[in-house]
Structure formats: structure tokens, C-alpha cells
Ligand binder design. Structure first.
Ligand code: HAM
Length: 447
């Protein structure tokens, strides 16, 4: 029996990777425009880092971590999120001496033992951004705007809603939890089993429950915004006013609580109506105090993570899978010798070219051109070679014309819309002297 991939773990197939690359490029471009630098982090860390960082009472730490002892007896965990590891690196490498805020981003796979369903996986990918060492609420607004600019760059702005909230400082939250439990206890019987358990363990999570039965109770719960200290309330007011200044629309959602314990003050989530139950595409917030709890300086921080699978799902099938632009079809080995350097020159010009290897008959190669979906085919047999030419065929119309082989590379680049100078695409450009002169020399293709 063939071995299959582990449940909840997906291959990202060539038909999808074009979309992934577009999403990753949009992230890099947006984050770097705001001054963020990339940091690359290990996929596993000491288990204790996550227990201390994310919070021992969270679902992630209690039920979802892939934890194992290595051969030396150390308890290690595949990272369920990137923030804890990034802060560990920030402390370990002394980033705190750099001008504040220190702006870092990272991306890659995360691991959570969750029940797999559409948009929820056990290995999934995040792009993760953190601004460290700055308490000014303008940073909160800037980070949120950057997140929305990322979605805007992908043309997804219209399909997403930004929710913001403040969950106050640690003391505010403690006070709120008392009020919340006072309110929920008399309604406990109306809550789902999971929420009844949460009531004793982590009552804030009740606010996040999606079970329909719980909604009437949750909707009337007291608002956390009424429990904010004057400082936390002022911070949130400033964040909102800076968002207004930057023309960023948002909804204040007092029931927005996050699944990680490290947040204080500002929290936010980007949601979509297009992905069913897995409606959060990105989430984040402020976590002042966390760096200190992890053994570092008392630097504040704020950041977010984007769920890349969900972004790719939102992009849908609209994106055409990337296809080669041209198939070069040599008929026989002499023709192959002539077209190989042309293919290399075209590829150096940035245009995707496929090359036949001279052994198949023309009808089979044309069938392949159709299956590949190329815009053009170039055909060279004995007759064409004798004239130093090849046939250029537009696949959609079937129109054909002859082009000198020496001019082919530049012609194909021009047709593909690549503004490359003829020099950079001429076969000469790919014939470094002394390298296989027979195959790639200008003479070899221009006779
Ligand atoms: P999070 O809300 O746990 O936050 O995850 C962020 C995003 O990752 C979610 O909104 C979702 O799109 C995606 N995601 C989470 N779990 C899965 C899954 N099992 N399958 C697919 N996608 C998933 C964090 O991870 C925080 N570290 C964010 C942060 C950074 N806060 C401050 N800095």
C-alpha cells in the first residue's frame, strides 16, 4: 500500500504555487515598504517557551501542540505560532539595543493538532509581523494599516472586515473576568458543554464560541470596554483616531477575544464571510510584558499573523496557473542544436520556454503545446534549418510565419511583452566564450 500524507497536512501542488508566490511577494513588498526586515526562525523550540509565552490555559498549549522528547531528553515542540520564537530570538540576539521600534517579519509553517477541515490544517503557514519596543498607539494603527495594505495589494480589500477591540491591561481583564463570570453563571445551563467547561477554566473564550445555542447569552454579556482603566481606554481611543486619520475603516467588536493569553490592550482580527467557519484570515494584538516574562527587557510589542492557506483560498481559481509562453519544437538533432541556445536566451530574457528534444513527431509535439497551453510554438525541421529560419505559430489562431533563427529570441521576448533589450536575449548573450561553443555560439544559430 502506498503511504499517504499525514491527516491535516497538505501538499501545495504546482497548480497552486503561483498563487502562493504572489501572496508571499505581496507580503514582502508591503512589509518592507513599512521598514520591516525578515528574520528566519527554527521550526521547533523548547516546550517551555510556548508554555510561558502563549499561556498554559490556552487550547493551543493544552491540546494542540506537537511535543516530543529528543534523544537527549529535552522536551521540544513544533512551533504552533511564531511570536514566542521571534521574541526568544529578539532577546537572545540583543535586538533591544537597536532603534525602536525594531520591525521584524517572518513566514513559514506552524503546527497545531486541531480537527482538520476546510481552511484548518495541522501544518499551516503564517506570515508574521512584529513591531517591538514602542508603546505609542500610533504603532498599533500603523501595524493594522499595513495588514490591510497587504490585502489591498492582493485585491482582497473589499471582501474583508477589520475588527478591533481593547482587552485592557492585565488588571482590567481580571476585573472584567469577575463581571463576566457573575453574568454567565446563572446562564450556564443554556451554554454548550464546551463553554460550561470554559466557565471555570478560561471564561473569556466563551465570548468567542460559535455554537448557535450560546449566542443569545453571549450577545448580552457585559462589554470589556466598560472595564478598561483610564490609561487603556485612552490608548484605544488614540488607536481609533489614528486609524481614522489614515482612512482605515473598522468595526469595534468588544467580544473579540483572542486564543492566546499574551495580549493586552489592542487586539484585532480580519474576517471574511467567504470561508465558512474558518472566517479569521489574520489576527494579532499588543503584548506588552511578554518579552519580560520570557526573560528579556521590559519592551512592549505588537504584531499579527496572516493565515496564508486562507488567503490563497480567497484568491480562488481566478488566477491562471502559470504556463510556459512558448514551446520550441526541433525536428531532429541538428534542429535541437539550433534551438537549445534560443531557448536559453529566451529563458534568460525572463520568458518561460519549454523545449522538445527532437525525437518526437510534429503532431505529438503540437498536442503537447496545446496541453501546456502555450501561446506560441516554434517549429524547426530540415527545410527551415537550411534557410536559417524557423516557423513561428500562434496557437490560438493557427497563424504561422517564418522568422530567422537569429532573431527568434528577441521576437519571442517582444511578443511576451517583456521589455528586454535584444542584446540581453540574443543567443550571443548566452554564449560565454569557451563554454560549449558548438551548442551555444552565435555562429551555431545564425548560419
Ligand atoms: P492566531 O490567531 O492563532 O494568532 O493565528 C493567526 C491566523 O493563522 C489565524 O487568523 C488563521 O488565519 C491562521 N490559522 C491559525 N490556525 C490555523 C490552522 N490550524 N489552519 C490554518 N490556518 C490557521 C497567532 O498565531 C499570533 N501569533 C498572531 C500574533 C503575532 N499576535 C501578535 N503577533
Amino acid at each position: 500500500m502506498a503511504i499517504k500524507a499525514v491527516r491535516g497536512v497538505r501538499d501545495i501542488l504546482p497548480s497552486e504555487t503561483g498563487k502562493w508566490q504572489r501572496v508571499e511577494a505581496a507580503g514582502r513588498k508591503t512589509f518592507e515598504a513599512y521598514g520591516y526586515r525578515e528574520i528566519r526562525l527554527p521550526l521547533f523550540e523548547r516546550t517551555e517557551l510556548f508554555a510561558r509565552g502563549i499561556g498554559g490555559e490556552t487550547d493551543i498549549v493544552k491540546k494542540e501542540m506537537y511535543t516530543f522528547d529528543d534523544r537527549g531528553g529535552d522536551s521540544l515542540t513544533l512551533r504552533p505560532e511564531a511570536t514566542a520564537g521571534l521574541l526568544r530570538a529578539y532577546i537572545e540576539h540583543g535586538f533591544q539595543v537597536e532603534p525602536k521600534p525594531v520591525r521584524l517579519y517572518t513566514a513559514g509553517p506552524m503546527f497545531r493538532y486541531e480537527r482538520p477541515q476546510a481552511g484548518r490544517y495541522r501544518q499551516f503557514h503564517q506570515a508574521n509581523v512584529e513591531a517591538l519596543g514602542e508603546v505609542n498607539p500610533a504603532v498599533d494603527a500603523e501595524v493594522i494599516c499595513m495588514l490591510m495594505d497587504f490585502f489591498f495589494a492582493l485585491g482582497l480589500g473589499e471582501r474583508l472586515a477589520l475588527h478591533v477591540n481593547s482587552i485592557g491591561d492585565v488588571g482590567d481583564r481580571a476585573g472584567y473576568i469577575v463581571r463576566l463570570v457573575d453574568y454567565l453563571r446563572p446562564h450556564a445551563a443554556a451554554l454548550c458543554g464546551e463553554c460550561q467547561a470554559r466557565l471555570g477554566r478560561n471564561p473569556l473564550r466563551v465570548l468567542d464560541c460559535k455554537v448557535p445555542d450560546c449566542q443569545p447569552v453571549v450577545e448580552k454579556a457585559p462589554s470589556i470596554l466598560d472595564s478598561l482603566s483610564p490609561e487603556a481606554a485612552k490608548h484605544f481611543e488614540s488607536v481609533r483616531s489614528y486609524l481614522d486619520t489614515m482612512g482605515q475603516a473598522y468595526t469595534v467588536t468588544p467580544r473579540l477575544v483572542r486564543g492566546l493569553d499574551y495580549y493586552v490592550r489592542t487586539t484585532f482580527e480580519v474576517k471574511t464571510a467567504d470561508l465558512g467557519a474558518q472566517d479569521a484570515v489574520a489576527g494579532g494584538g499588543r503584548y506588552d510584558g511578554l518579552i519580560e516574562r520570557l526573560g528579556g527587557p521590559a519592551d512592549p510589542g505588537i504584531g499579527f499573523a496572516i493565515g496564508l492557506e486562507r488567503v490563497v483560498l480567497l484568491l480562488g481559481d481566478a488566477e491562471a496557473a502559470s504556463r510556459p509562453f512558448v514551446l520550441l519544437i526541433p525536428l531532429g538533432d541538428p534542429a535541437l542544436q539550433r534551438l537549445m541556445p534560443v531557448a536559453r536566451a529566451v529563458r534568460r530574457g525572463g520568458v518561460t520556454a519549454e523545449l522538445g528534444y527532437g525525437a518526437r513527431k510534429l503532431p505529438r509535439e503540437l498536442e503537447r503545446a496545446n496541453r501546456l497551453g502555450v501561446a506560441y510554438a516554434v517549429i524547426a525541421g530540415e527545410n527551415e534549418l537550411a534557410a536559417g529560419e524557423a516557423v513561428l505559430r500562434e496557437m490560438k489562431t493557427g497563424e504561422q510565419r517564418r522568422v530567422p533563427i537569429a532573431a527568434l529570441a528577441a521576437e519571442l521576448c517582444a511578443l511576451s511583452g517583456r521589455g528586454v533589450s535584444p542584446k540581453s536575449v540574443s543567443p550571443e548573450g548566452v554564449s560565454p566564450k569557451g563554454v560549449s561553443p558548438k551548442g551555444v555560439s552565435p555562429k551555431g544559430v545564425s548560419q
